[in-house]
Design a protein around this ligand. Structure first.
Ligand code: SF4
Ligand code: SF4
Length: 536
């Protein structure tokens, strides 16, 4: 594994373009900027082609003999099938409005990380094989052949895109480079060219229902540890139910919340909130993953994994689904679910049993985001909250690409935070809401072998956090996405040490005054609450 350069070294980004044109500048696959290749067993589990032992560092990637034919046939099939993809191949005028909007270009200075040029890697092959001008004029028309080095370049750069869609916000034609990346990854998967940090979790989701491969008893066990901690802190014993048929609501959250800090504190938050409400809900130990790792692989695999949550809702006979703080669960659900597996007509229109609010925005998917659910509770005065308990925190909010740009959840998390914390500060307006900067580790890049890439990609987000740290003394970065809770701590430690990361429902639970609770002296992390120092 390569050594990650120190922050002062990495922050000196060189934006000077190479002297040679982009087609004549071969990609150099630098260690620390890529993830390990898929292991054969994971591809076999997913029934994907060409399972074999290989490494991106090898000269020979062990491809089938007819690999060019396979890719070009795959490209043709997708151009015929997806109108948007065909349009995105044709309409770019290379205005450059997207060029400096990608966190990977900002953090690396590599021109092939400009969204326009990333897409051009694929477009050039499209032109060379599927347009008359490209076939006749070749390079003059921006066309090139599909060679082994072009293929390696595709693999390198299409796994340096987090599918965050920030570039699309600035494109006057609405070209969505994330969709182009998704198509390119689909094509690469036809040759068994994935990364193991995607195919491994995807295989786990396929077999075990969650990306970590947690068995049902481990899920229950992990939650029981949290219940013990909650009892120590509040004096209240909570007894959730698992796989209970006939519950009103199925609750699904990303499995990261069940396993690793700070996600576990968010899960404790859900448990405390639902107990206080007396909600008729159940966890599933089978549909135990909100995140959809298929989304980073192919539409077909994303569809397969998405269907699991709905199959479980049907099996248990619930009325509707409540989803936890997750990023891609919401993008998949709102942008693709209806075409792939929906509408979910076997479920009922979600209605809050506490406030009576009918969530009409979820009338097709029947799945409500917990930020909407909790904001509605607060709006109707259904929660007793003591924001002073969070007074040691100066909080800012990171809009997750998938929930913000992908789904438009901007206000609800802010409304919740402002009701449970007294000190909230926004980051620069050009870095939040629909213009939010990605954490740099989404879309299956949150591995340990590509730390340099992640730190480079996280630089724009970190710069905006640093700004509010210096201006207001911010010490907590809140978010509603499990990948953010997994990725941002490393990015903060590297670029803005001293800034912690939290889910919004951890903040809610700390402020929540529960019926029958003992005097609380610590927060969920075991730290003394404001004014309780020395009493814990
Ligand atoms: S989708 Fe995001 S990561 Fe990909 S090119 Fe656009 S801005 Fe960059
Ligand atoms: S902003 Fe749109 S049209 Fe302009 S270069 Fe980027 S993708 Fe092409």
């Amino acid at each position: 594994m390569s050594k990650t350069p120190k922050p002062d070294e990495l922050s000196k980004v060189d934006y000077t373009p190479p002297k040679t044109g982009w087609m004549d500048t071969p990609a150099e696959l630098k260690q620390g900027m890529w993830c390990y290749g898929s292991k054969p067993k994971n591809l076999e589990t997913l029934e994907f082609p060409n399972p074999r032992q290989w490494s991106p560092a090898d000269e020979d990637w062990k491809l089938p003999e007819n690999w060019q034919e396979t890719l070009l046939n795959g490209l043709k099939e997708r151009l015929d099938k997806y109108r948007s993809f065909k349009v995105f191949m044709d309409i770019c005028v290379r205005c450059g409005a997207c060029a400096d909007k990608c966190h990977f270009f900002i953090g690396s200075g590599d021109p092939k990380n400009m969204p326009v040029l990333r897409a051009e890697l694929l477009r050039s092959v499209y032109r060379g094989n599927f347009t008359t001008a490209g076939k006749i004029l070749g390079k003059l028309a921006g066309a090139r052949k599909l060679t082994y080095s072009v293929l390696k370049e595709w693999w390198y750069y299409f796994f340096q895109c987090t599918e965050c869609r920030r570039c699309s916000v600035f494109c006057p034609y609405g070209i969505d480079t994330a969709e182009i990346t998704m198509m390119a990854r689909e094509l690469l998967n036809l040759l068994g060219l994935n990364t193991d940090w995607i195919s491994g979790p995807a295989a786990n989701c396929y077999m075990k229902g969650n990306h970590l491969g947690l068995e049902p008893h481990t899920i229950v066990g992990n939650l029981e540890y949290m219940l013990d901690d909650i009892e120590t802190i509040t004096g209240i014993k909570i007894k959730p139910s698992f796989n209970r048929k006939g519950a009103e609501i199925l609750f699904v959250t990303p499995s990261g919340d069940l396993f690793a800090d700070p996600g576990t504190y968010t899960a404790m938050g859900y448990l405390m909130l639902f107990h206080e409400l007396g909600l008729d809900y159940t966890w599933s130990t089978y549909a135990s993953e909100g995140g959809n790792f298929g989304f980073f692989t192919s539409n077909e695999l994303a569809k397969r994994l998405n269907s699991k949550i709905y199959a479980e809702a049907k099996r248990l006979g619930v009325k509707w689904i409540l989803g936890g703080e997750c990023g891609h669960m919401w993008r998949v659900l709102n942008q693709y679910m209806d075409t792939w597996n929906g509408p979910a007509d076997f479920l009922q229109m979600p209605k809050s049993p506490i406030t009576g609010t009918i969530f009409e925005n979820a009338k097709s998917t029947k799945m409500v985001h917990i930020a909407e659910f909790t904001a509605d509770l607060i709006k109707h005065g259904k929660l007793k909250l003591d924001p002073k308990r969070n007074d040691h925190l100066k909080v800012t909010f990171h809009d997750s690409c998938n929930t913000a740009r992908g789904m438009g959840i901007f206000e609800e998390p802010r409304y919740i935070i402002k009701n449970v914390c007294n000190h909230f500060y926004e980051m620069d307006e050009h870095t939040i809401r629909e213009k939010t900067f990605c954490c740099g580790s989404g879309s299956g890049l949150n591995a340990s072998e590509n730390m340099e890439l992640r730190m480079r990609g996280g630089l724009p987000r970190a710069n905006a956090v640093k700004d509010v740290v210096e201006k207001y003394g911010v010490n907590m970065l809140a978010n509603i996405c499990a990948i953010d809770r997994a990725a941002l701590p490393a990015i903060m430690d590297y670029w803005v040490p001293g800034t912690a990361v939290t889910g919004v429902h951890e903040l809610v639970a700390n402020a929540l005054v529960m019926t029958g609770e003992k005097e609380r002296t610590t927060n969920l992390r075991g730290e003394p609450l404001s004014g309780m120092e020395g009493k814990e």
